[in-house]
Design a binder for this molecule. Structure first.
Ligand SMILES: Cc1cc2nc3c(=O)[nH]c(=O)nc-3n(C[C@H](O)[C@H](O)[C@H](O)COP(=O)(O)OP(=O)(O)OC[C@H]3O[C@@H](n4cnc5c(N)ncnc54)[C@H](O)[C@@H]3O)c2cc1C
Length: 541
């Protein structure tokens, strides 16, 4: 039986393991505009509407700001340069951001702490960044100023109506574990250490998204501390424009969320599958997968989600190729669709096939690269700035139509080029994730997440090993740029905001499309001084 690893394991290792025993499923990874005009931003509770529903007034701080005064006012700890745990406190998931040295990391334990930190940053004139799981590809959850880390606010509970209250600092493994304890779940990403905040605010694609929607589609409300220091409770009827913007408008733009509320679904058993083909049929498999997920080979049930991973294998003879995924039901329901897929690849049968059934939590743990039965799963306690760990570059495109044979050929050629490159000492390639189903049944303007016509996303990734020399890191970045350029004629101009890409030129249009004007108006209303800003934050109107 094959081990079925997760997207996180693959991303983290830059696919270094793809050619080995591990095979892996779930590298998830966008929304498209229908060209319709953005709705009027003057609806109830929005810009131009009534004042925000204030839960708590803004705290007043002594204008003579000092870091010691801030520490004294916070209930949670403030870690500063020179403190023993400073390098752990400032580390993000990606070592590329170890060079950033914040003046303080505030571990907020309450809305009041968040408000105090925001007020401090405003009064002291220092940069401000919210941080949850620390997985931002652009490093936008760190700053040379003050990081507001929300991970200590991570409580998860479910009420009798199946509405989950999730502390904004919960990592996905805690969300899955705690909800499964109540027999419930939400659709979310695979990686156990990704934070609910970044994921949900930018969309949130998971193995059950074709069936149950994006994470943001399940959001029914949130508590948000605004740039003013005030806290508002938002939902469909209160600060409706802000609530709209939080569902896909991207993390870090509008305020700091302290609590989310989500509509859960039943945590059902899941069937995991993984098939590998020889690299010689890579173009055929790429074409077959795109026909398969778009229903051209036969019915594609919402219950079936899949991913195609193709990547170079350092030290191997050929790149590797795999289709894997999750079926929300018993394995019998998978046999017809899998037969369609196999039959569409005429030149070769899969070299290996694995199909296994698991209870919900065990399946999600396996998807996260963890032991099915329990134990530690993706702890981040060990991450320390400066410690040797693998790094990677990533980018994304949204597919509105299949790549076509020229597109398939271009991607295969670039992966083969990497396979031959002696400087490519970790894997690099593409991850195609299936979209559609419930994701596409929400209109592009109903939430800030615009990419609703997507059939799939392509994630481009290239890794480098821990401690890699500068020339290897530069070669990796160069190859990734060439890969993105080779794909460009065959993909849409949209990109997934959760795969935020500091090198993307027309990023605001790519992430937000026709929703950009309403997002800018909402941003201006709630953060008129642009306190929450970073290189790719939503611009003021
Ligand atoms: C290994 C890996 C696997 C991934 N797998 C998936 C996947 O399966 N599906 C998917 O859709 N995406 C996936 N992603 C992308 C992921 O959704 C984004 O990187 C997301 O932004 C990470 O959220 P975070 O809280 O971990 O990151 P952070 O870096 O902490 O935050 C991301 C952004 O959100 C802001 N933010 C954080 N907390 C708050 C808050 N409380 N209020 C307001 N803003 C806040 C930050 O300032 C930053 O701008 C993956 C990324 C990685 C690195």
């Amino acid at each position: 039986m094959e081990v079925v690893p997760d997207r996180r394991a693959v991303l983290r290792a830059g696919l270094a393991v793809l050619g080995g025993a591990a095979t892996g499923t779930g590298l998830l990874a966008g929304c498209s505009s229908d060209g319709s005009p953005a709705p009027s931003p003057s609806g109830p509770g929005g810009p131009g509407g009534p004042a925000p529903s204030v839960l708590s007034p803004s705290p007043s701080l002594d204008p003579a700001q000092s870091w010691d005064a801030l520490a004294a006012r916070l209930a949670g700890p403030l870690v500063k340069p020179g403190d023993a745990d400073y390098d752990t406190a400032r580390a993000l998931f990606d070592p590329a951001f170890d060079t950033v040295r914040p003046q303080g990391v505030a571990y907020a334990t309450s809305q009041q702490d968040v408000a105090t930190a925001i007020q401090f940053a405003r009064a002291a004139g220092v940069g401000l960044a919210a941080r949850c799981g620390g997985h931002s590809y652009g490093g936008y959850s760190t700053t040379e100023g003050l990081i507001v880390d929300v991970t200590r606010m991570n409580q998860v509970s479910v009420d009798g109506n199946g509405i989950a209250t999730v502390g904004a600092g919960a990592r996905l493994i805690k969300v899955y574990t705690d909800l499964a304890g109540a027999g419930r779940a939400i659709p979310a990403g695979s990686c156990p250490t990704v934070g609910i905040s970044g994921l949900a605010l930018g969309g949130g694609l998971g193995v059950l998204s074709r069936l149950h929607g994006l994470t943001c589609d399940r959001m029914t409300g949130a508590d948000v501390v605004l740039a003013s220091g005030e806290t508002v409770r938002v939902d469909e009827n209160h600060d409706a424009d802000l609530f709209w913007a939080l569902r896909g408008g991207g993390g870090g733009n509008l305020g700091i969320v302290t609590v989310f509320r989500f509509a859960t679904h039943t945590a059902r058993s899941l069937t995991l599958f993984s098939l590998r083909w020889p690299w010689t049929v890579a173009q055929e498999v790429l074409a077959a997968w795109q026909d398969w997920v778009t229903g051209r080979l036969g019915a594609m049930p919402d219950e079936l989600w899949s991913t195609l991973v193709a990547g170079s294998v350092p030290g191997g003879s050929t790149p590797t190729l795999r289709i894997s995924g999750v079926f929300a039901g018993a394995r019998a329901g998978l046999s017809g669709p899998l037969a369609d897929l196999r039959a569409a690849v005429h030149s070769a049968s899969p070299a290996s096939t694995s199909i296994t059934e698991h209870d919900h939590l065990a399946a999600m743990r396996i998807e996260g690269g963890c032991s099915a039965s329990g134990g530690e799963c993706g702890s981040t306690a060990g991450i320390r700035a400066g410690a040797r760990r693998p790094g990677q570059r990533a980018a994304s495109s949204i597919l509105l139509t299949p790549l076509g044979s020229a597109g398939n050929e271009a991607l295969v050629r670039m992966i083969e080029e990497r396979q031959r490159d002696p400087l490519a000492t970790a894997g690099g390639g593409i991850i195609l994730d299936a979209w559609g189903g419930a994701i596409g049944r929400v209109g592009p303007a109903e939430t800030a997440f615009v990419h609703r016509d997507a059939i799939a996303s392509v994630q481009y990734f290239g890794g480098y090993p821990a401690g890699a020399p500068a020339e290897v890191i530069e070669a990796n970045s160069r190859w990734l740029r060439d890969l993105v350029a080779a794909a460009a004629p065959h993909v849409s101009k949209q990109a997934y905001q959760n795969y935020i890409d500091p090198e993307l030129a027309d990023w605001a249009a790519a992430y937000y499309g026709t929703n950009l004007p309403r997002l800018r108006t909402t941003k201006t209303h709630y953060d008129p001084d642009n306190l929450f800003r970073f290189a790719q934050s939503i611009p003021l109107a």
